[in-house]
Design a protein around this ligand. Structure first.
Ligand SMILES: Cc1cc2nc3c(=O)[nH]c(=O)nc-3n(C[C@H](O)[C@H](O)[C@H](O)COP(=O)(O)OP(=O)(O)OC[C@H]3O[C@@H](n4cnc5c(N)ncnc54)[C@H](O)[C@@H]3O)c2cc1C
Length: 265
């Protein structure tokens, strides 16, 4: 057994102060990743600082140019939000297919993005939509945020407060879930934005989420599922594990990209 001290933060500054004064503190959001990690003794923080009661970090609001989602907003809240369903339907679909009801009602967008699991769903939407990650210290563009498997640009003790998404002309997400965990074996988020077409792939990359420039180029010329079929997916840098080979995942990327393009309408 080991001891850990639970703290409930009242504000962003309170969370940062508590984290800074802890010997080996960890932020706690939905606990869907952190608590299993602690149970397995892969982490043994001296203190956990709960950020789920901080009003500034909760809720979904329409901004002039897009949508702001507080970091402590649950997947279920994103999936059922009228604002998200109207402005970013692909994001609502994505959130509604994460894990199971328990995971969706506890897990948060901030915890998922901070963790950057290579099979997590949200990183693909954040990257494809060109979102911005807001922290207690700065704003980080999606293109600079995900730096590798379970790695992000977050500094030590840096807290995600919100994520802002620009509105897209169209967006959709399709994933092939692992039948046991529901994590993505391959998930493809397609977005038509003011900056052009972006395609982000999760679940399949050895370095985590990535944009697929070949698919983006072809879809910029002809936005159709048929166009996707003409793109060869290189499996050289794809994951290969007991759930599926790299070649299998390459095929899944093609199939999921076709489905996402078709769902864009
Ligand atoms: C059975 C199961 C199935 C799942 N299936 C899926 C799935 O299909 N797709 C998917 O995408 N995910 C899936 N997940 C993961 C789930 O989405 C979790 O929500 C996610 O792993 C972490 O979010 P959390 O809020 O629970 O974070 P926590 O577990 O509380 O924290 C995770 C990490 O992020 C840090 N952190 C938390 N909040 C912040 C913040 N605001 N700023 C900085 N750091 C922070 C914590 O310190 C910790 O290191 C599944 C989980 C389980 C248990």
């Amino acid at each position: 057994m080991y001891e850990t001290t639970y703290h409930r933060a009242a504000s962003v500054s309170d969370a940062v102060a508590k984290l800074g004064s802890a010997e080996d503190g960890k932020l706690l959001a939905g606990g869907q990743t952190l608590l299993p990690t602690m149970k397995q003794r892969l982490a043994a923080p001296s203190d956990v600082i709960d950020v789920t009661r901080i009003d500034d970090m909760k809720g979904i609001t329409e901004t002039g140019s897009g949508v702001r989602i507080g970091a402590a907003t649950t997947h279920a809240e994103v999936a059922t939000s009228d604002i998200v369903k109207r402005l970013l339907p692909g994001l609502a679909t994505l959130a509604g297919h994460i894990g199971d009801p328990h995971v969706r009602h506890r897990g948060t967008i901030g915890g998922s993005v901070a963790n950057n699991d290579p099979a997590a769903d949200y990183p693909s939407a954040v990257l494809a939509l060109g979102a911005t990650v807001h922290t207690d210290k700065r704003e980080i563009p999606a293109s600079e945020f995900f730096t590798g498997m379970f790695e992000t640009a977050l500094g030590e003790d840096e807290l995600i407060t919100a994520i802002t998404f620009p509105v897209a002309d169209a967006c959709a997400y399709a994933k092939y879930p692992n039948p046991a965990s529901r994590y993505a074996m391959a998930g493809v988020f397609v977005a038509k934005t003011a900056d052009g077409i972006r395609v982000a792939v999760t679940g399949a990359g050895q370095d985590g989420v990535f944009r697929h420039e070949g698919l983006e180029a072809v879809l910029s010329g002809s936005f159709s599922a048929d166009a996707v079929a003409g793109v060869a997916i290189d499996d050289g840098n794809l994951l290969s594990d007991i759930h599926g080979s790299a070649a299998y995942r390459a095929n899944l990327i093609t199939v999921m990209a076709k489905r996402a393009v078709a769902a864009c309408g």
